[in-house]
Design a protein around this ligand. Structure first.
Ligand SMILES: [Zn+2]
Length: 407
């Protein structure tokens, strides 16, 4: 056993809501956190890092990203002329930006395959470790249906993804769930409502019916997979909860009744405020999307604040890919604007998100025995939560015991 790395004299904000009163030493050995104590003595140390005046947090976990999407609206006409592999090479850039921002684990809710997960785990590419949904599924004409009126589908021919994004009726929904399990999905992503970017539906439209959702949940549970439901309008939110999904993604139009149902059934909310609150001002935003977005934004903050107040289980997710990658930790300030304390926001972005991803036994907190996914910052996040979203304040990122970024 070799000593690999020790961080000396650092304040720990551990991801469960606790903060060390005095600075600690943190010994990282064999990819794991081996010791935390005021003064750790070791015979042999490869690397010693001075943490004086700095703060150590768990690596953050973003429960809702799309690593393959570029972060700006896609022009279908121009992507017609791109080789499909280019989309994947571009994704590696997005993955690097995500890690540099302090996010060491993500749930990708559609657009990247099981191979990307393996490539990160084997060290072939730098990126956050991934729980992939592989391909999101929805009904014909819904939020996974990007076929144009002339028949062009920008989502087809993505290397590694062979599952259709469409399913109609409980039987097809069942088949699609089984196909995704076969393809290596770690979560099943479904459309509980329409959305902003799909041309023909709206966030107030239902996506899958309750019967379709129930069929998916039954198959997913049988394979120990959680189900994440994109649900923005209130009726689709309730359909999803009744069908037994694990998490409501977005949840922008959530009401008190939905909140009570979620509390009763232990359903998670991933409010993706970073995307939700971004104004649709870019020239590339089509008119149909702009109108829908502005309507959604009217009560969004008020509704999510209601859920925060009611203590619904909330995990951090940003929908990065719909907005630019690498700004993930801005979500923490949005949480605080919706009524969380900075410490609660950090918990939502670390140990709670780990719980949602079912990886809490390995990561999500700074504790002995956990894998060493860590972020070092030079500003007290309890005093200035916004600083975590600024690149210059992310001084070091450790992933599975290796320093993958430092400044
Ligand atoms: Zn999304």
């Amino acid at each position: 056993m070799t000593a690999a790395c020790i961080i000396r004299n650092i304040i720990i904000i551990d991801g469960t809501g606790a903060r060390s009163a005095e600075p600690q030493d943190v010994l990282i050995e064999d990819r794991h956190i081996a010791q935390i104590a005021p003064r750790v003595r070791v015979a042999e140390v490869v690397q010693e890092i001075d943490g004086t005046g700095k703060y150590l947090l768990p690596g953050f976990i973003d429960a809702h990203v799309h690593l393959r999407l570029p972060g700006t609206p896609i022009n279908p006409a121009s992507s017609l002329h791109e080789p499909p592999t280019l989309k994947l090479y571009r994704a590696t850039k997005n993955m690097r930006a995500t890690v540099k921002a302090g996010v060491t684990y993500v749930r990708d809710l559609g657009g990247i395959d099981y191979g990307a997960k393996l490539a990160v785990e084997r060290g072939d590419i730098l990126g956050p470790r991934i729980v992939p949904a592989v391909q999101a599924i929805g009904p014909t004409g819904g939020h996974t249906d990007y076929q144009t009126l002339s028949g062009y589908n920008q989502d087809s021919h993505i290397p590694g993804i062979t599952t259709s994004p469409l399913a109609d009726g409980p039987t097809e929904a069942t088949v699609r769930t089984r196909e995704l399990h076969r393809a290596g999905a770690g979560v099943i992503k479904v459309m509980g409502t329409g959305g902003v970017w799909s041309p023909r539906d709206s966030p107030d439209h239902d996506g899958f019916s309750v019967e379709e959702l129930r069929a998916i949940v039954r198959e997913a549970k049988n394979r120990e997979l959680p189900v994440a439901s994109h649900a923005q309008g209130v009726n689709g939110i309730k359909n999803s909860i009744h069908a037994g999904v694990t998490s409501i993604e977005h949840g922008y139009a959530i009401d008190q009744e939905a909140i009570e149902l979620m509390r009763a059934k232990g359903v998670w909310l991933v409010p993706t405020l970073l995307t939700g609150l971004t104004p649709p001002t870019s020239d590339n935003v089509p008119e149909y999307a702009r109108t829908k977005k502005l309507r959604l934004q009217k009560n969004l903050k008020h509704n999510i604040a209601m859920a925060v107040k009611a203590d619904v289980k909330i995990a951090m997710g940003t929908d990065s890919g719909v907005v630019p990658h690498g700004n993930n930790l801005r979500e923490l300030s949005h949480f605080v604007d919706c009524g969380m304390t900075p410490m609660e926001a950090i918990v939502a972005g670390t140990s709670r998100a780990a719980e949602l991803l079912r990886i809490e036994d390995r990561v999500g907190s700074v504790a002995v025995g956990k894998e060493a996914d860590l972020v070092m910052t030079d500003t007290d996040p309890e005093q200035d939560i916004g600083a975590l979203a600024e690149a210059k304040h992310i001084r070091m990122v450790v992933q599975e015991g290796s320093i993958v970024h430092s400044s």
